[in-house]
Design a protein around this ligand. Structure first.
Ligand code: UD1
Length: 337
């Protein structure tokens, strides 16, 4: 069964392509490689054999070509999006255009070619700073703090409104908490361009000497050690959750929104300490100012995904950090910049 994976050469996309293939699906990647690298395909293929890939921008009408050529696409998983928070504030039009148009273009193709299922990459960013923890799928969405966050909220609404219109489509919106780690083989992993925005790539690059020091953004939060808390989930767990979500849609599951987290929160300092311990490397770090827009603490109530999808994150934080480090060690500086 063919599953279209937009953004399939990206970080979560590439791991999901591997998980899909291992589950017996035939993933078809659509990626324009604006924020991903061609060599990711080699990594994927070294793990699961040849995979079809279309190099195109799925916010453009040319996406329809894929549906025309492939025929019988069974489902789509829509990862393709811009995702850098700070950049989204500088280039709002790029973010709205790319993230929203790609969702609309894909939905139009799904309806026209009678593809019955879509799995959408959403984010815990839609919850903003939650009033109660852990956050459930019923927790209110807060006005997003960034253009990036707003694009996720708008895309969620576009999909939900399409369902409400009576379209012959089933959908599930997956709200990711913080994906980290890499495939344990170290054949695929995260490839941030330039200076990483996210914590774990910054940690591994600091450990590798690519970055001089890690700055921990703030130590005066209302948390046990003063640093912010997040729910870090191994990217392979996340990838496998997409397979579970697809199967859920296939068997008629009717919940449209699902958190994907571990249900446990860890502070930035805990990440640093655990990394040092499991990887046996000392990190050069210091405390700095808070990063504007950061939330203090958030972690998932992961029970709905367990009940409905039968999905539970099974890898530990230590495993995730070790896999991230193994992946980092395979990289050379010019590969990532
Ligand atoms: C960030 C985005 C979020 C997005 C997610 C996607 C912001 C404000 N939020 O989430 O909208 O959905 O990425 O991956 O950018 N940290 C440091 N030093 C660093 C980097 C990070 O201390 O050099 C801290 C941050 O303050 C935060 C934690 O590490 O407390 C995790 O940061 P990050 O990996 O960027 O994820 P989020 O902030 O949760």
């Amino acid at each position: 069964m063919k599953v279209l994976v937009t953004g399939g050469a990206g970080y979560i996309g590439s791991h999901t392509v591997v998980a899909l293939r291992e589950a017996g699906y035939e993933p078809i990647i659509v990626d324009d490689f604006r924020n991903s690298e061609k060599k990711v395909l080699e990594g994927i293929e070294s793990l699961v054999g040849q995979v079809t890939c279309y190099e195109l921008d799925c916010s453009r009408p040319v996406l329809e070509e894929v549906f025309r050529r492939e025929k019988n696409i069974h489902a789509a998983i829509h990862f393709a999006a811009f995702k850098a928070v700070a950049e989204s504030q500088e280039k709002p039009l790029d973010y709205y255009e790319n993230n929203i148009l790609s969702t609309i273009t894909l939905l139009r193709c799904l309806l026209k070619y009678q593809v019955p299922y879509i799995v959408f990459s959403s984010s815990a960013t839609v919850y903003g700073e939650p009033d109660t923890l852990p956050v459930t799928e019923e927790s209110p969405r807060k006005p997003a703090r960034s253009v990036y966050g707003r694009t996720k909220q708008v895309c969620e609404d576009i999909i939900l409104d399409t369902l409400k219109s009576g379209a012959a489509l089933r959908a599930i919106l997956l709200r990711y908490f913080n994906p980290i780690g890499a495939h344990p083989s170290a054949k695929i992993g995260e490839l941030p361009r330039g200076i990483p925005n996210n914590l774990v790539p910054f940690v591994t690059q600091t450990a590798a000497g690519w970055q001089k020091e890690l700055v921990i953004f703030g130590r005066d939060y209302n948390t046990p050690d003063g640093t912010p808390i997040r729910d870090y989930i191994h990217v392979m767990d996340l990838a496998e959750a997409h397979v579970a979500a697809l199967r859920y849609l296939e068997r008629g599951g009717d919940k449209n929104i699902m958190n994907l987290g571990t249900g446990k929160g860890n502070s930035v300092l805990e990440i640093v300490k655990t990394f040092e311990e499991v990887c046996g490397v000392k990190l050069n770090y210091r405390f700095g100012e808070r990063r504007p827009g950061d939330v203090e603490k958030i972690w998932a109530d992961a029970t709905l995904a367990e009940k409905e999808l039968g999905f539970k994150a099974k890898r530990t934080l230590a495993e995730a950090l070790l896999d991230a480090w193994k992946w980092q060690k395979t990289l050379t500086l010019n590969q990532a910049t």
